[in-house]
Every structure is written in structure tokens, then in C-alpha cells.
Design a protein around this ligand. Structure first.
Ligand code: F6P
Length: 551
């Protein structure tokens, strides 16, 4: 039975906490000159994951690994690569790893190898990208495509948008890719106002093809196109779809020939490797999309083949169990020191919070311990000048992931040196802080008197001892990014396994969608009027202001 809190090894961890909490990070480093080497882990030639500034000891780590073994993590990991029923509440298998395997691999689902279909779709994507890039694909006026607008939301947007932006230096195909997700027409309107309908291609991405935001945006985009070309037959030259729902795509008016498929066994937030990645391939070229897949596959191999003690996604997940369930730290900050990873925190938010924000176990029973953390973040160095104050001196302790890249394609070596120095400095300051004595000595050196020193010292003292992980990569390439994303995907799955939750459903988002549909009627004046008092009051106010606006 996978109940974390009743595992004897979990209780052993709680007992270890007593002794471990009294040892500061400073002390750990002082007592162990090879701590960095012992706790810094290697992925291939291009990634290092440094856990030395986490509140970990060798004993804690080996107990966590033992706990994972008793909770049958090894067979769980294997199940992610073949026949499984991991998403039991939706009656679906979970096989996103099959989207990045070489063509000769056999991944069986219900007795059928899914890999040929995966590669057939990749081939269709490649051929479509080549048509667009070569200029063979023409719009209604006979001109080539210059702009792609990808319309989708959640998993059908966050992954593709994050990767496309992250790999900006690789965008050399002459196609600008824009993303529209929000129901707020401001986003669609502000994108379209700069585009020429004759040279714009829309990719409508939705697994279900029922998501209101996506369909509302897609319909408005079609009207915009029709207003320019005046001929419904021309729509097919400007609209393609990515979905599992052929019927709904056809109903929208997109021909099956222009639909790229994926499968129910691909969860939305794990789908960027499928044809949901089409906007990425259009922006970067298909070869680079394949490199992204290759990087993720390399991480998959690492996950399957590496002993837990050296296995990076396993260690990251176990660390979060230690931080969340033993040390009581329920938030995780992610800080990429790379401007193009601007959307990485938002991507991770969906990946982890939609997956593990659950409080019912795999048998429908309430879970009494903490599960998914609050995941948030911002790129460095911007975050430093915004909320890092709380990280350094606030009462909330937030374990942080710092992500940095040594090389940059931009010709500003001084910026890069300073950027990396800032990343290292933050992890250092969080871990080791500044003692009262150091502060007093500094103030004295500045010439301040004893009274002033005594007054200011408490404010300037930083206790440190705040945990962080540093993920250092050589360069942000499609391959490294693929590996980095897959690493976090696997961490998410392993956390869910250890908490005994289904990381692959998302029932919690359904109620809001249904209520919104009813409230559209209320706002249009055709609802039942049977709403709670607060909602009714706000509906009345909205209606009043709408009327005043028209008058
Ligand atoms: O509302 C949540 C959600 O279902 C996500 O899980 C999903 O990624 C997103 O909406 C978009 O769904 P779809 O791809 O079906 O439009």
C-alpha cells in the first residue's frame, strides 16, 4: 500500500529530522570538504545538478532512496514506458515517453505498437513544415506565409510557447510564431492588428477541441480571415488543427488533411512532444524539434537505467518529499538565469500543480499529508529586484531551483559573466547568509558609531541556511531543453507516485468551466437568476455599467 505516512522508512525520516534540523548548511560544508562532489549529480556531458545546498545528509538521501524502493518506484518508472493504466480516473494509459523514442522501438498499448503511428505523424509534421518554410504553402492571395498564430491554452499552449521562446536564437526559418490563449480578446486583437491575413496561418491546438477559450479565439480568427478574403473555401489555406478529436475539428470546418493527430494517452501538460509541438517546429525547423525529442529521450534513458542514488529526476522528487512532507516547506521557487526561459516557471506551474494539486489518493480516499507544492518563479536577475527579499529574510522558507547556462549565443560576455555571478551569489547568500558579527564589522569599517551599528545590525543580518538546488548546463540547445523538461516531467510523476495520487487527471478545473458557461447566460440576461448573493450582486453591477456604457 502506497501510504507515505505509514511507511516505517518515512517515520525514520521524521526521526532523522530532529538531528538534521540542528545542523546548518554552513556546518555541513565545514564538516565535509567533499560535500559538493558528493551531492552534485551528472547528466551526460552537459548538465550538473547540485543538491549540496539542500538540507540533506548521506543518511537522509539513502533513507529516501530506500523508501522509494519499498514504495515500488522501480516498477512504476518502468510502467511509464509501456502498457499501463496510470490515469485510472480517465481510463487512460500514460505514454508521453513514446512520443520521443526512435522509430525502431516497440511500445505496446493494448497489444499494439504505438510507435509507427507516432512517427507517421512526425513525418506529416515535417512535410508540412517544409512546405511552409520553402514557400510552397500559399495563402489565399498566392503569397507565402510569414506569421503563424497558435491558438490553444494550458498544455496546448504553455509547452509550445515556452519552448519556442526559449529557443529564440534558433528561430531562423523566417516565420514569426505568435501565441494566443486568453479569453480576453485583448490578446487576439493585439496580435492580429499587426498581421496580414493573406500571409497568416492559424494552428488551432486543442486536445479535446471543446475548450471554450480556444474555440472562441479560433472563431474570431476565422471571422478576421473571412473579412479579408471573403471566401470560406480559402479557410483551409490558413487553418490547420492539432487534436485527438477528428469530429470536432471537422465540425469547425478544418479538413482531416490539415489535422495533425495525437492520442488520448498523451496528457495535455505532457504533450509538447506530439503534434502539439507543431508551432515549435514551424518556428525552429523540424530538425531542431527532433533534437528536442532526442534530449527528452536521453533523460528517459537516464531515468530507466540509473540507480536511484544517482538518478536525477528520482533524487529531485525524493528531495521534494523531504522538503514538503518532512521539513514542511510547501513552496518551490524556480529561477532560470536565462531571459529566454521567461515562461519556464509558468510551464512548470501547470506541469506540477495541475498534476499533483490533489488531495484524494488512488483509491478515492482523502490524503492527510501535504501533496503538490506551490510552484512559482521568475527569470533572474529580474526576480532579485522584486521578491528575493522574502527569500532571503522572510518568514517563509522557499526551496529554490536556480537554472543557469554557461554559454550564450549573444555577443555580450560581460553580461553573461555577471548573470552567472548573480545566480551563484543568490544561492550562496541563501545558504550562508551574513552573521551579525560580519554585519557589525562592515558597519564599523564604514565608520558608523556603536549606537548606529547596534540599531542597524538586526536588519542587515541574514541567517542563511535556506535551501537551493543549482542546475547548471553548458548551453541552452534544443537537446538540453528537451532533457530539462523531461527531468521535471519525471520528477512530477515520481512525486505523484509517492503521494499515491493520479498525476494525470485534472477534475478540479471542471466545475469552474461549467459555472462560467451558466454565468455567460446570466450576463446575457437569459440566465435563471439562481445564483448566490455575491454573484448576483456582481452580475447586477456589471449589467448596470454595461447599460451606462451603451447610453
Ligand atoms: O482546463 C484544463 C485543461 O484541460 C488542461 O489540462 C489542458 O492542458 C487545457 O485545459 C487545454 O485543453 P485542450 O487541449 O483540450 O484544449
Amino acid at each position: 500500500m502506497r501510504t507515505l505516512y505509514t511507511q516505517p522508512l518515512f517515520m525514520a525520516l521524521q526521526q532523522l529530522k530532529q538531528g538534521e534540523s540542528s545542523i546548518s548548511l554552513k556546518q555541513r560544508f565545514a564538516e565535509d570538504p567533499v560535500r559538493f562532489t558528493r551531492f552534485c549529480f551528472t547528466f551526460g556531458g552537459h548538465m550538473r545538478v547540485d543538491l549540496s545546498r539542500q538540507h540533506l545528509s548521506g543518511e537522509v538521501l539513502s533513507t529516501l532512496c530506500e523508501l522509494a524502493r519499498t514504495m515500488e518506484l522501480a516498477p512504476a518508472i518502468e510502467s511509464l514506458f509501456g502498457e499501463n493504466e496510470l490515469n485510472h480516473t480517465e481510463g487512460r494509459a500514460v505514454l508521453h515517453t513514446a512520443l520521443r523514442v526512435p522509430p525502431e522501438t516497440n511500445v505496446s498499448l493494448n497489444g499494439h505498437n504505438v510507435v509507427p503511428a507516432v512517427h507517421m505523424e512526425l513525418t506529416r509534421m515535417r512535410s508540412f513544415c517544409e512546405q511552409v518554410h520553402s514557400g510552397a504553402w500559399r495563402g489565399y492571395s498566392g503569397q507565402t506565409i510569414t506569421d503563424v498564430v497558435s491558438i490553444g491554452i494550458g498544455g496546448s499552449e504553455l509547452g509550445p510557447a515556452m519552448v519556442t521562446e526559449a529557443l529564440t536564437p534558433y528561430q531562423d526559418k523566417g516565420i514569426r510564431v505568435h501565441f494566443v490563449s486568453n479569453m480576453d480578446g485583448a490578446q487576439l486583437g493585439s496580435v492580429l492588428m499587426h498581421l496580414d491575413p493573406a500571409r497568416t496561418l492559424f494552428v488551432i491546438s486543442s486536445k479535446t477541441f471543446t475548450t471554450d477559450e480556444t474555440l472562441t479565439n479560433a472563431r474570431s480568427a476565422r471571422s478576421w480571415l473571412l473579412a479579408a478574403c471573403g471566401d470560406a473555401k480559402q479557410v483551409e489555406k490558413h487553418f490547420v488543427a492539432v487534436s485527438v478529436n477528428c469530429l470536432a475539428v471537422a465540425e469547425f470546418g478544418i479538413d482531416a488533411a490539415y489535422m495533425f493527430r495525437f492520442w488520448e494517452w498523451v496528457g495535455g501538460r505532457f504533450s509538447l512532444w506530439s503534434s502539439i509541438g507543431l508551432p515549435i517546429a514551424l518556428a525552429l525547423g523540424f530538425d531542431r524539434f527532433e533534437q528536442l525529442l532526442a534530449g527528452a529521450h536521453e533523460m528517459d534513458q537516464h531515468l530507466r537505467e540509473t540507480p536511484f542514488e544517482q538518478n536525477i529526476p528520482v533524487l529531485l522528487a525524493l528531495l521534494s518529499i523531504w522538503n514538503i512532507n518532512v521539513l514542511g516547506l510547501g513552496s518551490e521557487g524556480v529561477f532560470p538565469y536565462c531571459h529566454h526561459l521567461n515562461r519556464f516557471p509558468a510551464f512548470l506551474q501547470q506541469l506540477n500543480m495541475e498534476s499533483n494539486g490533489k488531495s484524494v489518493d488512488s483509491r478515492g480516499r482523502p490524503i492527510t499529508h501535504s501533496t503538490g507544492p506551490l510552484v512559482w518563479g521568475e527569470v533572474g536577475t529580474n526576480g532579485q529586484h522584486a521578491f528575493f527579499q522574502l527569500l532571503h529574510q522572510g518568514s517563509l522558507i522557499v526551496p529554490a531551483d536556480f537554472i543557469g547556462f554557461v554559454r550564450t549565443p549573444y555577443p555580450y560576455p560581460e553580461h553573461q559573466r555577471k548573470l552567472l555571478a548573480n545566480m551563484l551569489a543568490q544561492a550562496q547568500a541563501l545558504a550562508f547568509g551574513k552573521t551579525r558579527q560580519q554585519v557589525e564589522a562592515e558597519l564599523e569599517a564604514e565608520g558608523l558609531g556603536a549606537e548606529e551599528i547596534a540599531r542597524l545590525a538586526p536588519y542587515k543580518t541574514m541567517n542563511g541556511n535556506r535551501p537551493s538546488t543549482t542546475i547548471l548546463c553548458d548551453e541552452l540547445t534544443p537537446k538540453t531543453l528537451g532533457a530539462l523538461i523531461a527531468m521535471y516531467e519525471h520528477k512530477t510523476f515520481i512525486q505523484g507516485w509517492l503521494w499515491n495520487i493520479n498525476s494525470f487527471d485534472q477534475w478540479g478545473v471542471e466545475l469552474g468551466k461549467k459555472l462560467a458557461a451558466q454565468l455567460v447566460d446570466e450576463l446575457a440576461g437569459v440566465g435563471s437568476g439562481q445564483q448566490d448573493a455575491a454573484t448576483q450582486g456582481l452580475v447586477r453591477q456589471i449589467t448596470r455599467w454595461q447599460v451606462e456604457c451603451k447610453a
